[in-house]
Design a protein around this ligand. Structure first.
Ligand SMILES: Cc1cc2nc3c(=O)[nH]c(=O)nc-3n(C[C@H](O)[C@H](O)[C@H](O)COP(=O)(O)OP(=O)(O)OC[C@H]3O[C@@H](n4cnc5c(N)ncnc54)[C@H](O)[C@@H]3O)c2cc1C
Length: 395
């Protein structure tokens, strides 16, 4: 008898929901996550408590600090719930100390980074902008400006869509209220940053004019991009940078399911409901899974609105100059990538994406800048501890 019936990779909302539904049906479930504890990017607060408690009581076994590669423990089915990471768009000065990813800044502040009295510009696109600006202000930072690349019309369209989601509307209104008095620029973006040793000044394109602002830090991010490496390694079909799934959340590979941000960016509710469907389907409970289809459709409609409203504009592709770094691990500039036709050619000729992050930062950037995608994936994909490899093999 196999030790595990369902192996779930990722213990964020999607993975936890999948594991709960599968384990509660009596299946033997193993959950692997590379973080020290369960919760993923967002389920670390009180709101997540009911799901974390349910998970603890479900009978699923959790292994943390464990990077899953293609050497997964043997099981009848797998659920990939590997989430997403930030999309960075290179611009002159983006590698200066003091320039943070939006999510990175959020995580650092939540874990104690002192920002009191610091002048911070918050820029990029999407709902995370307001969440991070609000958090910074609560922790005593002087938020100098919030700079959203989406224009007013798109923002208004998204606002109208929120009327169908009273909870999210109230959340958005609360964040806006917490930022009263902070200049909020729409249809605007950071063109470059300068400073001696660390960021001192931000140059922004706001409508038709240039605005310059002194600051101590810049938090910038242009949305999220799915973590598809493991799915690609297992041979799952991808489209537009996300894993393709059918109505049961099953990928193009038999008995391999995917759920959450890895199938497309859409927020925590989409991740949770997709996770539930995947967990039920992986455990053979299609009838119960089907009952959640309508709820999933609502979250997909919200995700579509999100993607339309905050799609990064074409002008952002022109920010990086010939001397601007694109791959910061291997010091590869945009100029060095000129004339390259593919990610493979860029890797072979310049070592772009061959450093410690293995393309987790510049891979998203080059997909956005040049439309490249990874055409092959080699294990172990990420730097991984040998004990992680041994542990997953022996399970
Ligand atoms: C940086 C960042 C900040 C965010 N901030 C907010 C916010 O403030 N508010 C909000 O509403 N939403 C926020 N989101 C979005 C929110 O996190 C997602 O909607 C939600 O967490 C998605 O759930 P998920 O289960 O799909 O993925 P995640 O929550 O990302 O969980 C995926 C888990 O899989 C693990 N994992 C990935 N690959 C492997 C592997 N190979 N082996 C083992 N483990 C692996 C990851 O470490 C992670 O724990 C943020 C997202 C990011 C990336």
């Amino acid at each position: 008898m196999r030790r595990w019936e369902v192996v779930v990779v990722g213990a964020g909302p999607a993975g936890i929901a999948a594991a709960c539904r599968a384990a509660e049906s009596g299946a033997r479930v193993l959950v692997l996550d590379d973080n020290p504890s369960a919760g993923g990017q967002i389920w670390r607060n009180d709101a997540a408590q009911p799901w974390l408690e349910r998970f603890a009581e479900s009978g699923a076994e959790l292994r943390t600090g464990c990077v899953a590669t293609d050497t997964l423990p043997e099981a009848r089915s797998y659920v990939l719930a590997t989430g997403a990471r930030e999309l960075f768009v290179p611009f002159p000065g983006w590698t200066l100390p003091g320039v943070f990813g939006l999510g990175g800044m959020q995580a650092l502040v939540k874990s104690g980074l002192d920002v009191a009295g610091k002048r911070v510009v918050v820029a990029g696109s999407g709902p995370l902008l307001l969440a991070v600006a609000s958090l910074l202000r609560k922790r005593g930072a002087a938020v100098s400006a919030v700079v959203e690349q989406a224009d007013r019309t798109r923002m208004a369209g998204f606002g109208a869509r929120l009327l169908l989601e009273p909870g999210k509307l109230a959340q958005g209104a609360g964040l806006m209220m917490s930022l009263l008095g902070v200049p909020f620029y729409t249809g605007s973006w950071v063109e470059s940053v300068t400073g001696r040793g660390s960021v001192e000044r931000v140059r922004m394109r706001c409508g038709g004019r240039v605005v310059e602002q002194d600051c101590d830090a810049l938090a910038v991010g242009y949305g999220l991009t799915p973590n598809t490496e493991l799915a690609a390694l297992l041979g799952c079909h991808l489209t537009q940078g996300a894993v393709v799934v059918d109505e049961w959340q099953e990928t193009s590979v038999d008995s391999v399911y995917a759920a959450g941000e890895v199938t497309g960016i859409g927020g925590v509710e989409k991740s949770r409901v997709e996770g539930e469907i995947a967990g039920l389907a992986a455990a053979g409970l299609q009838g119960l899974a089907q009952q959640l289809f309508a709820e999933r459709a609502r979250t997909h409609a919200f995700a579509d609105g999100l993607a339309r409203a905050f799609e990064p504009r074409a002008e952002l592709r022109k920010l990086a100059q010939a001397e601007t770094l694109v791959c910061r691990c291997e010091d590869v500039t945009r100029g060095a990538l000129a004339g390259m036709k593919s990610w493979r050619e860029a890797k072979l000729q310049t070592r772009c994406g061959m450093g410690p992050c293995q393309g987790r930062v510049c891979g998203g950037a080059t997909r956005f800048l040049f439309g490249w995608g990874a055409d092959s994936m080699r294990p172990p994909v990420f730097p991984v501890k040998v004990e992680s490899l041994i542990e997953t093999r022996q399970s």
